[in-house]
Ligand binder design. Structure first.
Ligand SMILES: [Zn+2]
Length: 210
């Protein structure tokens, strides 16, 4: 009984995360909400509930499903529990190669195509807080998208990356307006900013893995 009560705190006394085995996920695109109690009282997995999660995390383009790895579900559950157990917003779960290929900026070998990854948001919490906790758990990959406000979590190798909004092209515009008519020599970095420009067009919530 005491162990059950302890689970409400989110962490054990030695900082190991608890998992409630009860996960609430909402798909952002369709608004579907699922509360999955994916473990039975005896600790075994409940296949019916796992199937519901698999269905929820289906490819948004084709509707195809890929069985959700229990490790990913427990990782998501641990994160959910840490941030108040109020549920996670799922932006992207399983992707067929067709969908992944249509997403500019998505990694060619994205773990989303194995069903091993999820892009999530937690209402009321910043992506900074979520990625910090993801890193602390060290259960797989963590992708940090501060300007898009979501975090990528997967159960592949432990790794970390950040995708920030490319800087503005302000300098180039100013150079054209010089009254002398003489173009100022671009500073180092100006070219790099220019090449980063196409990423700005991408307004979808995408996952670019390294
Ligand atoms: Zn992702």
């Amino acid at each position: 009984m005491q162990a059950e009560e302890g689970k409400l705190s989110g962490e054990t006394s030695d900082n190991r995360p608890y998992v409630s085995y009860n996960s609430t996920l909402t798909r952002q695109d369709t608004g579907e909400k699922l509360n999955a109690r994916y473990r039975n009282k005896d600790g075994t997995y409940n296949q019916t509930e796992l199937d519901k999660v698999t269905r929820l995390m289906r490819c948004s383009l084709t509707g195809r499903e890929m069985p959700v790895p229990v490790k990913l579900l427990e990782l998501l559950d641990a994160v959910e529990d840490r941030f108040g157990k109020k549920g996670l917003i799922l932006l992207s779960g399983y992707r067929t190669p067709k969908l992944n290929g249509q997403l500019p900026g998505a990694a060619k070998n994205s773990l989303h195509m194995l069903g091993w990854a999820a892009d999530i948001k937690i209402p009321g919490y910043s992506s900074t807080a979520v990625k910090k906790y993801g890193l602390k758990l060290g259960a797989g990959g963590v992708g940090y998208y501060p300007t898009k406000g979501f975090t990528h979590l997967d159960v592949g190798k432990v790794r970390y990356w950040v995708v920030k909004k490319p800087p503005r092209k302000r300098y180039v515009r100013r150079a054209r307006q010089r009254p002398s008519g003489k173009a100022k020599k671009p500073r180092l970095g100006a070219r790099r900013r220019k090449s980063a420009r196409p990423q700005r067009k991408n307004r979808l919530n995408l996952c670019k893995e390294p």
